[in-house]
Design a binder for this molecule. Sequence first.
Ligand code: ZN
Length: 166
Amino acid sequence: MSVLLLNASYEPLTTVSWKRAMSLVLTGRAELVEQDSTRTIRSAGGAEFPFPQVVRLIQMITFAGMRSKGTPRFSKKALGVRDNRECQVADCDERGSTVDHVTPRSRGGDTSWENCVLMCLEHNSRKGDQSLEELGWALKQAPAAPAGAIVFVTARPEWDAWLLPA
Ligand SMILES: [Zn+2]
């Protein structure tokens, strides 16, 4: 079972194993925020601990790639979650197996949340270096950075309160 790790600011950072989470709590580096009341952890010495679901670091950490607004770093994996792993061309329900640059790189388009969408192989190869306007294609939604939440964790219902925008 993985545990959601929050920064001291209560922003989700990543997921860790429950053993790692317990070690952070027992060494005073994190506090238990939410626990699974249906389960306990029994130590070798017989002591019982609540099973962690969400833990929060005591000290704020920052790292390279983290932006001030908490925008998740762009990656193909994260893009796959944002775009539901589907081709983003309107009315296409194929798997989004490729990353398309909406404004083609050959025309100065960058690799960013705002300029990349998933497309199926066929749409991506048909698009080539053309713009959506030239093709008359529409997207399912305008590409944008996911707000705040980390998108690379496997969502679990008990984490919703932390991951979904209020
Ligand atoms: Zn498609």
